[in-house]
Design a protein around this ligand. Structure first.
Ligand code: FAQ
Length: 350
């Protein structure tokens, strides 16, 4: 629905031997670059290079898919939360993730792609989602570790996206980051409670940290030297920091929190470097990262099977919504004009 009017592209391929067209293209490109450099937001109907549009669709839709698939690991614990308060908080958090997915699909739609296309890409295995959601949630402490580490990494990565050059993405990220911040605190609070609890609870918190630490570091993506998109995305001010810069910021922020919890970060190489003021840390297992991206992580098959099943089971809801909208096209479902009069006559308020 957000893609209406976006099918007129100024950057459709032109004849290379047409000097006027080439000059026109160069002028558009130059103006676009100037606006990005001047920190102006690019809006849906503004001219943009096709490659900028494609990059945004790729990143925003992968981000949306991650939020939606990301509900599964935590959804696993809603029925087993240890108290009513924990259950209500976890339920609200998982609902927030669904909301983030929806804002992000809507932001991607402003680029001229439909949500159906994006969902098809996910279901057919043509689109990626974050590697982190392919790991199992084995104990209640995993809810703490996900909030603390996964949402913590997400915030580190996403706060700079609030300054992304593309307006709809940047604005969606403002609200998402506020909610992620609450999520991070609820995770840390679970870890704090467990680490101040019995020896068994502390061991559970340590075990969760052991299992989630390295996958959390992989969330930031490959090293800068291996990152295919970073350089261009940073030039376009979509990304504001490189993958390695954000990973370092995350380690610097999180290690002191682990110390406060009395937990040990599972990295023998980890130490503070007085000269740089940063923590030096070991190398994630990049072969594991590559395997997860190939679909061979511990839960890839399970996550996708569940998503496909949920999509199929929700078909009747989508069909009912479409049938309703077709009956009431002018108001997106709410009857207006003579139709409203008919409803009013029947005793129904429009
Ligand atoms: N997993 O050239 P780069 C969350 C892919 S939301 C899977 O460095 P880029 C909330 C990358 O797509 C978490 N694939 O790519 C939550 C590319 O493949 P492609 C998601 C990865 O885009 C919390 C290739 O590798 N967050 O956690 C990963 O410049 C708790 C080369 O990489 C976002 O999506 C990975 N970890 O940088 C929900 C944030 N890393 O497309 C529930 C927005 C890289 O060429 C519970 N996205 N790849 O086939 C970004 O900031 C960027 O897209 C990066 C990757 C940093 C993820």
């Amino acid at each position: 629905m957000y893609s209406q009017g976006l099918d007129q592209r100024d950057d459709a391929p032109r004849r290379v031997d047409d000097p006027a067209a080439t000059a026109h293209d160069s002028a558009l490109h130059a103006r676009f670059d100037e606006r990005v450099d001047a920190e102006e937001k690019i809006e849906p109907n503004d001219w943009m290079p096709d490659s900028y549009r494609r990059t945004l669709i790729r990143q925003i839709s992968q981000h949306a898919h991650s939020e939606v698939i990301g509900m599964q690991p935590e959804g696993n614990w809603i029925t087993r939360a240890p108290s009513l308060r924990r259950k209500a908080v976890l339920l609200a958090k998982v609902q927030d993730e669904a909301g983030h997915g929806l804002y992000l699909y809507a932001a991607a739609e402003t680029l001229g792609v439909t949500r159906e296309e994006l969902v098809d890409q996910l279901l057919e295995g043509r689109a990626k989602y974050s590697s982190i959601f392919n790991y199992p949630t084995l104990t209640w402490a995993d809810m703490g570790a996900i909030g603390w580490l996964v949402d913590g990494a997400a915030i580190m990565n996403q706060v700079p996206l609030c300054r992304c050059s593309y307006g709809p993405y940047a604005r969606a990220m403002v609200r998402i980051c506020k909610e992620e911040s609450f999520h991070q605190r609820q995770g840390f609070e679970i870890m704090l409670t467990l680490s101040r609890g019995t020896a068994e609870q502390t061991a559970m918190a340590q075990d969760a940290l052991d299992r989630w630490w390295w996958p959390a570091l992989m969330m930031f993506g490959p090293h800068d030297s291996e990152s295919t998109h970073s350089e261009q995305s940073m030039a376009w001010k979509i990304k504001r920091f490189s993958n390695d810069e954000l990973r370092q910021k995350f380690v610097d922020a999180t290690v002191p929190q682990a110390k406060f919890l009395g937990l040990r970060v599972p990295d023998d190489d980890l130490h503070y470097d007085d000269a740089t003021g940063h923590y030096v840390f070991g190398e994630p297992d990049w072969s594991e990262f590559a395997a997860v991206l190939r679909g061979e992580g511990p839960c890839n098959a399970q996550r996708m099977a569940h998503r496909r099943r949920a999509h199929d089971e929700g078909r009747w809801v989508r069909e009912a919504a479409e049938a309703h909208a077709a009956k009431h096209p002018r108001s997106g479902g709410t009857p207006v004009g003579p139709e409203a009069q008919q409803w009013a006559n029947a005793g129904v308020r429009a």
